[in-house]
Design a protein around this ligand. Sequence first.
Ligand SMILES: [Fe+2]
Ligand SMILES: [Fe+2]
Length: 187
Amino acid sequence: MNLPDKQQVLDLVNKYATDTKDHLLQVWAIMEYFAIKLWEDKDYWWTVWVLHDIDWDYVNKDWKKHLQGDLDKIVSEINLSQEIIDDIKSHWYNFWLSDIEPNTLVRRYLSSVDELSWFMWAYFRMIPSDNPIDIKPKSINKKLKDKWFASGVDRDEARNCVTMLEISIQEFVEDIKIALSEAWFRK
Ligand SMILES: [Fe+2]
Ligand SMILES: [Fe+2]
């Protein structure tokens, strides 16, 4: 598999991601954790995950424009294979804006981590702790039922790990919080 140069990918992230950069750094950390745990190709996973929302700020967070023509335009600046572009687009499958199914491991994990990690970070910002290791999976499960909390997070998407990976929310949150606590950034 031909992967683009890492520096080129990072340059693209720095060029196009503003508000969304923190999210991309978080999924980067989570990706590393899972790629190692699952013995997957870390460089491949990294490229997909770190670019998965590269157009989000550019399209002004308009979900109808997410992963459409602007994404193609942005990634045409680097040499990205169609397979990776499809991997990226598959994370919008459940919103019927992508017909590319999350039918491989990298896609299923990305779709499972994406909204849940947003949600966990929103929760983490609220608790009096500086380390994501203090996130309690039980509390996340409970908070997911509170429709007023982090209302922008689609609850069905946040529960993708249950349907896509057959892993419970609590178990998955446990993994993600370890991944986040091992990362270099703090809130
Ligand atoms: Fe997205
Ligand atoms: Fe995302």
